[in-house]
Design a protein around this ligand. Structure first.
Ligand SMILES: Cc1ncc(COP(=O)(O)O)c(C=O)c1O
Length: 375
């Protein structure tokens, strides 16, 4: 049966139809007839820089493009090493390899599933140029420890906050901790849009200037100066849409946080029975992008939920160093925490439109599964 409570939200744009048409109309009938690099992109950049508390925001085609722009702007190239998490999303490593640099994998923390600062410290060599932490589920990477480590070794930090827009740690926004950070606006991100988009955040003016230039073929229109660049630009309709939708962001985030709190409370009995590990979600922080439980009966539980019309999702079932594209960079190495989360995680629906009844049904279906199997 197809899921009646799918993991990914249904028809996400139904109630945004007016907004979508308005964005197209505003841009399409604007006097400038600019479809990229115009006022809507500039306005979105100002909004996001202000919200994140950084001096510069450079909109681009997607978060992958943003990571590439920053690595390029920093001159990261063959011979450099970049320390990356062993668990997570492929673009984190793709962008390093595309620069000709070497990804060096570090294991993740067993509770947050983000790169473990102790593993990073052990991976630093004289060739290390940067650390690339990524926030994944509901607890940000330990940015204070990573920034401190980077300062001590003279390294840069590129913070992949693709899925963490709206998150904070000790009051500072995700994306604002690194020397540069990125957000993604692709559909299922915290502030997804009608297409693909990303943005680079930084306080460092030279980084911002270089990213601006590199996103537009690399060459300065007026002086002809420049470097080999790329086209990684955000389109105006998408930027306009995001500005029209701006007022929704906080409410969406806080509803996801409420949903996470519901699951934490309702699933406590199965956690106390020792059959499930609930995620670590700091009370004071406003973010839960993914609510993933861990269980060694993951596949059976998933099938049980599917039979009850409940969608779930397995995030990154193959660790990054185990993927054929990257295996050569991790020969003979093991990453036990990354392997455990890849093997055991099961993410539950957290889209803001879910009702309390939906959440009770999902939670009780999980409790029922373990009740039946532990009886
Ligand atoms: C942690 C992380 N980094 C980067 C990306 C890439 O984002 P985009 O699709 O905007 O390139 C994703 C997308 O899922 C992600 O989860």
């Amino acid at each position: 049966m197809s899921a009646t409570l799918p993991f990914f939200p249904p028809a996400v744009f139904d109630r945004h139809r007016e907004m979508t048409l308005r964005a197209i109309f505003d841009v399409g009938t604007g006097p400038d007839q600019r479809f990229f690099g115009g006022d809507a992109v500039a306005e979105l950049e100002r909004r996001i820089a202000a919200a994140a508390g950084v001096r510069h925001a450079v909109a681009c085609a997607n978060a992958t493009g943003g990571l590439a722009l920053v690595l390029d702007a920093w001159g990261i190239t063959a011979g450099d090493e970049v320390i990356v998490p062993a668990y997570g999303c492929q673009p984190v490593v793709d962008t390093v390899v595309e620069q000709g640099a070497t990804p060096v994998f570090a294991d993740v923390d067993p509770r947050t599933f983000t790169i473990d600062p102790a593993a990073v410290a052990a991976a630093v060599t004289p060739r290390t140029a940067a650390i690339l932490p990524a926030h994944v589920f509901a607890t940000m990477a330990d940015m204070p420890a990573l920034v401190d480590l980077a300062r001590r070794h003279g390294l840069r930090v590129l913070e992949d906050a693709a899925v963490a827009q709206g998150a904070t740690l000790a009051g500072r926004a995700a994306g604002a901790w690194g020397d540069a950070g990125v957000y993604s606006f692709s559909q299922f991100k915290p502030f997804g849009a009608i297409g693909e988009g990303g943005i680079v955040l930084t306080d460092d003016e030279p980084t911002a200037i270089r990213c601006r230039r590199l996103r537009r073929a690399g060459t300065d229109d007026d002086t002809g100066d420049g470097a080999v660049g790329r086209h990684s630009r955000m389109d105006e309709v998408l930027a306009r849409f995001l500005s029209l939708r701006w007022a929704e962001l906080d409410r969406r985030l806080s509803r996801k946080r409420e949903i996470a709190a519901f699951y934490q409370h309702r699933l406590r009995p199965v956690a106390e029975a020792g059959v499930v590990t609930l995620p670590l979600i700091p009370d004071s922080e406003p973010w839960c992008h993914v609510y993933a439980i861990m269980t060694d009966r993951r596949d059976e539980l998933r099938a049980h939920l599917a039979a009850r019309g409940i969608g779930s999702h397995i995030y990154y079932p193959v660790t990054l160093p185990m993927q054929p594209a990257f295996a050569a960079y991790a020969s003979g190495m093991t990453f036990p925490h990354a392997e455990a989360v890849a093997r055991d995680n099961l993410a539950l629906p957290v889209w803001p439109e879910l009702s309390e009844n939906d959440l009770a049904y999902i939670s009780d279906s999980i409790i029922e599964f373990f009740g039946r199997h532990t009886a």
